[in-house]
Ligand binder design. Sequence first.
Ligand SMILES: Nc1ncnc2c1ncn2[C@@H]1O[C@H](COP(=O)(O)OP(=O)(O)OP(=O)(O)O)[C@@H](O)[C@H]1O
Ligand SMILES: [Mg+2]
Length: 328
Amino acid sequence: MEGPVLWIKDLKVWYRIYGGFLKVIDGIEMKVLLGERVGLVGETGCGKTTTMKAALHLLPPNGKVPNGQIFLDGKDISRISKSELRKIRNSGIAMIFQDPTSALNPVFTVGEQLIEAIANGKEGKSSRQENLKDAVSILEKVLMPDPQRIMRNFPFQLSGGMRQRVCIAMALSRAKKLLIADEPTTSLDVTIQAQILDLIQKIVVENNLSLILITHSLGIARQMTDRIYVMYAGTIVETAPTSVFYEEPLHPYTKGLFDSVPRLTGEGFADGIPGRIPNYLNPPLGCRFQPRCGKSLPICSQKRPPLLEISKDHWVSCFLYEGKGGGK
Ligand SMILES: Nc1ncnc2c1ncn2[C@@H]1O[C@H](COP(=O)(O)OP(=O)(O)OP(=O)(O)O)[C@@H](O)[C@H]1O
Ligand SMILES: [Mg+2]
């Protein structure tokens, strides 16, 4: 069997701030197989973007990785040189960033940026004419209206939905193996959201790409993925094949997420999860969810819960399930 396209092993990420380190990511494990579509869910600030940026060596200068390994196609890219890394980024993986405005350079036209991305994605030399043709064709693929005109525009001349499409086009021109889509539809109106998600889905399936889809929406994750990872305060608390996950969520945090989904049945607002994500300067010693958990045991505040396999490929990190599955 083929190995994973991306394997994140015991990853920790800290941010240096005035007064110390924010210990945000605390030992994450994640595997993405070839052609597998993975959803990463969890509430705001739990470290989803940080995890992906760390995997691609894109952390800001105050970000630090005190522990962990990242394997891309079996190759350890945790400690490779900048030039080697650029080669890898240009050939196999691409990311659609949460904020498309910051991912585009305001002083270059869409065409110039797209052509550069396409040239970088090619192995040998390529002619500008050829890259220009490819740029227009990829804009057509992302259903961009009037691609010829858009090529001459600067990012600020486009609507939010168009900018997002440019980012997706740029990412798709680079993605040969793995596409990371970080909330690709945030702040777009629902009709555009559906189109963009359909498009990503179509291209991922057609090209047998692996996908990591970061989303707040349990509904979108259910539609678009084969496996779900639930993240809480920099830890993976549960992972399972998508169908199993929605049938039988186990972790108290996951159950809370389901309870937080606004109800459409006229029962009023959802209960949600009381409390908030812990302070990363001084996070809880044991389970990071313990201070908010209605089911916590005395041990939960003292020890990190192990990851337990409750049924095939369904893992949960919670003492409530100890003795009910294998350990890791
Ligand atoms: N450059 C930085 N310096 C200091 N802290 C940071 C930095 N970037 C992120 N953080 C902190 O790290 C934590 C995780 O942030 P991250 O953006 O990874 O969360 P997220 O899960 O992607 O959230 P969202 O769903 O809102 O996008 C947050 O507490 C955030 O404030
Ligand atoms: Mg984010």
